[in-house]
Structures are given as structure tokens and as C-alpha cells.
Write a protein that binds this ligand. Structure first.
Ligand code: AGP
Length: 360
């Protein structure tokens, strides 16, 4: 099968652009199965007391968002496991283990699920490849339905995994009466806003990011900061930037800045801040600015990239803001891609990396 570029210069560009439509398609299909619990009951998995997500790279980041959603929306204890380190993990009883893999063929993930002593726990696969090895070996499979992703850097599959996983989480919480149906319906309404948020984020980023690139082009290192739900988006932004531009990038929970990484900040150091609504981020921004660091703010008042969820003016209390802001991944993808292109990198095939990593 050949997949055309549909007028784009690279697959990454095409796949970033496809995100609003991909999100809308997934939400339209899953929304009717959330509040009545049928998305969860269709998976035929046993009751659970806690959740553990497992994966590598971007799939692990998507898993962390889903784990956060279980915790924030349903008070379910949750943890995340780096697949290559999971063999030493001791599983609590009645854990719902969610293994995430776009390809379903990642060796670290397959080894991890072979090594896990599941006991009374169960294994769900969340994958973009329904006929993959992971899908076959799991007790149950949920397809994230992103369609083919050609670029080595995961973009639309992250969004698809997060939406599918959060929809499943809500359905599981409703089915097990941890949340009531009305609450589940309101959350579903929040999910329905995501395609628009993503579309706004693409338009706003395509305007706001290109003028920044010349200024940060020669920076050798980048910091990505967030708090709470924002930390995992900082992680995803740093991963994308390293993978595509070959520049050093680190992510931290913003409160950790003053415990070490602040020493890295000098005049012009780019520091990308994901604002997910915790006001304490302001003092972290001031700490960076006082050293001459170059703040690139994603979300919130004064956002470098306007038109993100928190800057839209309509609050979403108790909903997407507790596990989001999903739309903030868009400027992070576009920042990494634009910088990489300015540095002459191949954004679809970064050096040293493969789309599916089948060695441990
Ligand atoms: C993401 O941009 C990376 N290419 C990489 O981290 C990837 O997410 C990881 O290798 C996991 O792949 P999988 O989802 O197919 O298991």
C-alpha cells in the first residue's frame, strides 16, 4: 500500500494536520459507549482496583496521560512502567495493566508482558495494529484507530491513544460506579471539544512558531517544564525535539527547577513551559526570566501560542483540564518539526531511529 502525501512536504506534516479529523472520528465512534459503560464491558476484563500503564517513548507518555485520567477522574491508584524496566516490577493484585504500543511489535513491550506475573491482574493492549503480536497476547485489545502513521515520530497516534484511553477510562469508571452517568456525560462533552481545540492549536502554532525558530536555531539545549498533568506533555515535547532536531532537551516538573536544572539556564536558553492551570508555574517562569532564559509558553495567560484550551476563555472545570491539556502537544510537535527542518534534518526518518523497535 502506498500512502500519498496529499500535498504535504513530509508525512509528519500530514499526520500533524490529520489530528483534528482523527480525533473527531474516534470520539464520534466511542462517545455513545462511554456513560453506559459499554465500551468497558465490551472488553470483557475482570474488575480492577488499580491501573498500571506500560510502554516506551511516546506510547508510554500517552499511557501516563491515561493513568492520570484514572486518578484524577476516578481516584484510582495508578502507576506507569517503562517497558524495558518492567521485568522487576511487583504487581499488586487486581491491577488493570494497559500495555500501549502503536506498532504492537516493540520488543521491550513484548518482553515485559511475557515477564509480568499477572496473577489476579489482567492485560489490555491499546494499539494501532489490531493484528499485532501485542494484540494477540493480551487478554483484550482496544484499537486506537489512528490509521497508518508513516513518520518515525509519533504524532497522531499519541492523540488517538490518549482519546481512546481516556474514553475507555471514563467508561470503566462509569461501569464500576466510581463516577455517575451525568458526570461521565459531561466528560464526554469535554472530549467532543478536542477536535476544535486541536484545529485551533494547529492554526495558532503555524503562525506563532516559525518566527521563533531563527532565535532558537543555534541553542544547544532546551528545557521543558510542566506541573501536574502538564509534566507528561513536557516529556513528550522534549522527546519530539531530541528525536527530530538532535538537540539536547530535558523535561522536569517545574518545581524541580530550583533543585538543579536552573543552573543550566543562561541568556537565551529556550525553556518551554506547559501551563496546565497551576498558578505556581508563574514563579518558575520568573526564575527563568531572571537568568535571561527564553520562555516559550504553551497555554495560559500570555501564551506564546494563543488559542489553546486554557486561553480560550471557557473553563473546563473538572474535566479535560485534569488530565490535559491534550492540545498542547500540537505546538510541541510543530516546534520540533520546524526546528528540525531549519537544521536540515529528515523529519520523517530521524537518524539512528526506527518506526518499530524490534530489539531489546
Ligand atoms: C516516538 O516519536 C518514538 N519514535 C518512539 O518513542 C516510539 O513511541 C516508541 O518506540 C514506541 O513505539 P510503539 O508505540 O510502536 O511501541
Amino acid at each position: 500500500v502506498t500512502h500519498g502525501l496529499a500535498g504535504h512536504t513530509d508525512y509528519m506534516s500530514k499526520e500533524i494536520a490529520e489530528q483534528p479529523e482523527t480525533a473527531a472520528r474516534i470520539i464520534d465512534r466511542l462517545a455513545p459507549m462511554i456513560a453506559d459503560g459499554s465500551l468497558w464491558s465490551g472488553l470483557n476484563l475482570p474488575p480492577f482496583e488499580r491501573v498500571a500503564v506500560l510502554g516506551c517513548g511516546t506510547s508510554l507518555n500517552a499511557g501516563r496521560v491515561i493513568a492520570n485520567a484514572f486518578g484524577a477522574l476516578g481516584d484510582v491508584p495508578n502507576s506507569s512502567l517503562i517497558a524495558s524496566e518492567a521485568s522487576s516490577a511487583i504487581m499488586d493484585p487486581r491491577t488493570l495493566v494497559i500495555a500501549l504500543s502503536q506498532s504492537g511489535e516493540t520488543a521491550d513491550v513484548l518482553r515485559a508482558i511475557d515477564d509480568l506475573d499477572l496473577g489476579t491482574s489482567s492485560l489490555m493492549a491499546l494499539t494501532n495494529s489490531e493484528h499485532s503480536t501485542l494484540a494477540r497476547r493480551a487478554d483484550s485489545m482496544l484499537n486506537c484507530n489512528a490509521g497508518p502513521e508513516i513518520g518515525v515520530a509519533a504524532t497522531k497516534t499519541f492523540v488517538a491513544q490518549v482519546i481512546t484511553g481516556v474514553a475507555m477510562a471514563l467508561s470503566a469508571l462509569a461501569a464500576t460506579r466510581r463516577i455517575d452517568r451525568d458526570y461521565a456525560r459531561r466528560q464526554t462533552d469535554d472530549l467532543r471539544r478536542i477536535p476544535d481545540l486541536l484545529a485551533h492549536a494547529i492554526a495558532a502554532s503555524q503562525k506563532a512558531i516559525p518566527p521563533l525558530i531563527e532565535e532558537i536555531r543555534d541553542a544547544q539545549g532546551f528545557l521543558f517544564l510542566g506541573r501536574g498533568a502538564g509534566v507528561v506533555y513536557a516529556a513528550e515535547g522534549a522527546l519530539k525535539l531530541k528525536e527530530l532536531s538532535y538537540r539536547w532537551a530535558e523535561h522536569y516538573p517545574a518545581g524541580e527547577l530550583k533543585h538543579g536544572p536552573l543552573a543550566l539556564v543562561e541568556a537565551g536558553t529556550p525553556v518551554v513551559v506547559i501551563d496546565s492551570g497551576d498558578r505556581r508555574i508563574e514563579s518558575n517562569i520568573s526564575e527563568v526570566e531572571a537568568r535571561g532564559g527564553r520562555i516559550i509558553r504553551i497555554g495560559g495567560a500570555g501564551s506564546t501560542i494563543p488559542a489553546l484550551g486554557l486561553s480560550l476563555g471557557t473553563a473546563m472545570p473538572g474535566g479535560i483540564d485534569r488530565w490535559g491539556p491534550l492540545e498542547s502537544v500540537v505546538p510541541l510537535q510543530i516546534l520540533a518539526r520546524d526546528l528540525a527542518l531549519a537544521l536540515g534534518r529528515d523529519v520523517d526518518k530521524p537518524r539512528n531511529l526506527a518506526k518499530s523497535v524490534t530489539v531489546e
